[in-house]
Design a protein around this ligand. Structure first.
Ligand code: C2E
Ligand code: MG
Ligand code: MG
Ligand code: MG
Length: 290
């Protein structure tokens, strides 16, 4: 089933998909135990304003600390969790923890920030999501406008018939939606214009070639223009170098995320930095880019 439901596979002893099934079962029970044992934790990566140089939002990123102390990154377990309803349980845990952390930040006197939360297709398309989001935020005393749900193009476009009404409902309730990894999926521009989204995130793939690769530069500039002209906030991901920041500032991208503004960090470290660990270097006279 992991390969899609409408496929027939032939069994042979030691068949590759058979081994994968066993591995999947093991992973599935390990993830279920991880939830019970509270082995997941969140790190927060700052999203900064290139003009004010301040942190304006955070992206919550899940990690798994295994019993042996090793840390497993999300790419190594989220795809597995997505094969079952486990992803919904993990996703709801993420929302609840992020809301609790938002309250803690407010109690510590930090300015109100928006938290971005990543969502896989099954969590987003679960019919109980809107009601549960409302309940979780209300219980934590968090304003829905402080929550931004990050969806990839494929999550939205694969089931656009189901996704669009959910997006509209969430927008009506005050939640923001951001299009993650923009440019790597297959959304059509005609669809894009109909989406009730507040922002889009330029995939970090494109930043890698900035400023030396002419095509990457053209793509990044075009996405910035597209987003701005559609009144969306545009967030560049994977900002690692001063040259990236200079380029983005020059071409009007006001929000950045990446190792240069700040790495993902634990809540305690965020609080220790008094809410502003991620001061960007101030704008400098901009070098010429072509
Ligand atoms: P994403 O949403 O695109 O998150 C950005 C990823 O890029 C994060 O990887 C982050 O640590 C990494 N990153 C940030 N700045 C830089 C940079 O300057 N250079 C480079 N090379 N990488 C950078 P991470 O934390 O390993 O997460 C990977 C993916 O896992 C995320 O991609 C997201 O799709 C998924 N994910 C993370 N947390 C959750 C979650 O709570 N729920 C779900 N469903 N998915 C999640
Ligand atoms: Mg994301
Ligand atoms: Mg992304
Ligand atoms: Mg991603």
């Amino acid at each position: 089933k992991g390969n899609g439901r409408d496929l027939v596979s032939y069994f042979s002893p030691g068949h590759d998909s058979q081994r994968r099934t066993t591995a999947q079962l093991l992973m599935h029970s390990a993830l279920r135990e991880a939830l019970q044992r509270d082995e997941f934790f969140l790190e927060y990566q700052p999203i900064c304003d290139t003009q004010s140089t301040r942190m304006v939002a955070l992206e919550a990123l899940i990690r798994w600390r295994r019993a042996d102390g090793s840390i497993v990154p999300p790419d190594q377990f989220i795809p597995m969790a997505e094969q079952s309803r486990l992803i919904i349980l993990i996703g709801r845990w993420v929302i609840a923890r992020a809301c609790r952390d938002l309250s803690a930040l407010r109690a510590a006197g930090m300015p109100a920030l928006q938290v971005h939360i990543n969502m896989a297709a099954p969590e987003f398309l679960d019919s109980e999501l809107p009601a549960q989001l409302v309940a979780i935020t209300a219980a934590a005393g968090v304003d829905p406008r402080q929550i931004c749900l990050e969806l990839t193009e494929s999550v939205i476009m694969q089931r656009i018939d189901k996704a669009l009404p959910v997006m509209r409902e969430l927008a009506r309730l005050g939640f923001d939606i951001s299009l993650d990894d923009f440019g790597t999926g297959y959304s059509s521009l005609s669809r894009l214009k109909a989406l009730p989204i507040a922002s889009l995130k330029i995939d970090r793939l494109f930043l890698r070639g900035v400023p030396h690769d002419g095509n990457d530069c053209a793509i990044v500039r075009s996405i910035i223009d597209l987003g701005c002209n559609m009144n969306l906030r545009v967030i560049a991901e994977g900002v690692e170098q001063d040259a990236h920041l200079g380029f983005l500032r020059q071409f009007g991208c006001t929000l950045v995320q990446g190792y240069l503004p700040g790495r993902p960090m634990r809540l305690a470290d965020l609080m220790a930095a008094h809410g502003d660990p991620a001061r960007l270097p101030a704008p400098v006279p901009i070098p010429a880019f072509h």
